[in-house]
Design a protein around this ligand. Sequence first.
Ligand code: DGL
Length: 272
Amino acid sequence: MQPIGIFDSGYGGLSVMKEIVKSLPEYNFIYLGDNARAPYGSRDFDSVFEYTWQAVQWFFEQGCPLVILACNTASAKALRTIQQKKLVGKFASKRVLGVIRPTSEVIGNYSSTGHVGVLGTTGTVQSQSYLLEIQKFFPHLVVSQEACPMWVPLVENGEADSEGAGYFIKENLDNILAADGKIDTLLLACTHYPLLEPRIRAYIPTAVKIVSQGAIVAQSLVDYLERHPEIASRCTKMGGREFFTTGDINDFDTHGSSFFGHPIRSKKAHLP
Ligand code: DGL
């Protein structure tokens, strides 16, 4: 089997995988959540790089020719080094893609005012990756960023619907909308955040759009496989889906199902 690998620090990437399997149902997919070490958002560069590279090698051992980092933090802190320094020698035929570039390529199309807000983890925001990437495609777009360090822990701990979560969600939204009153588009630049979308909606004006990455990344993968038939032909197309976590499999099955939209049966994975 040569499935496409989908990686996230925890459950968030399942919100991307959900859209990818809708667009590419015939492909085999294997998901890995590094729940035992999540969240990544507040970790230093070296740790995120090391953990992500360990996960990518695990996918290669499972036979994956292509791995999607469905995690903004890992895409921001590890993708470029993996692509430029690690995919050489015995890994030269492997491909690893992220979520920041495909999102940056289209985000400007959603805004009428030309002002967008990017909500992400501390790691993603500090990396400035979105500012740099969006600039390439929409040089006139005004981009504000807000780090929301509490949001992933709230989601990972099943507190997304709690009263307490509302305090932190509102605080970050108030900050970003105060920073630029012309923002009409908020990008959820963390794959965990779509689970908070109904809560986010309640604290922002109805005119402000919320953009999630799942469908954007799925379309970009469809395009990539069309442009790269040599990679597409190496991927197994038998509709298989497998789920692995470095954390507790029962927790993963319970929480993960709400991200994926279908029941999940996971297995344990061991990273070094
Ligand atoms: N889903 C990851 C992202 O998109 C969450 C990062 C974390 O573990 O903090 O950034």
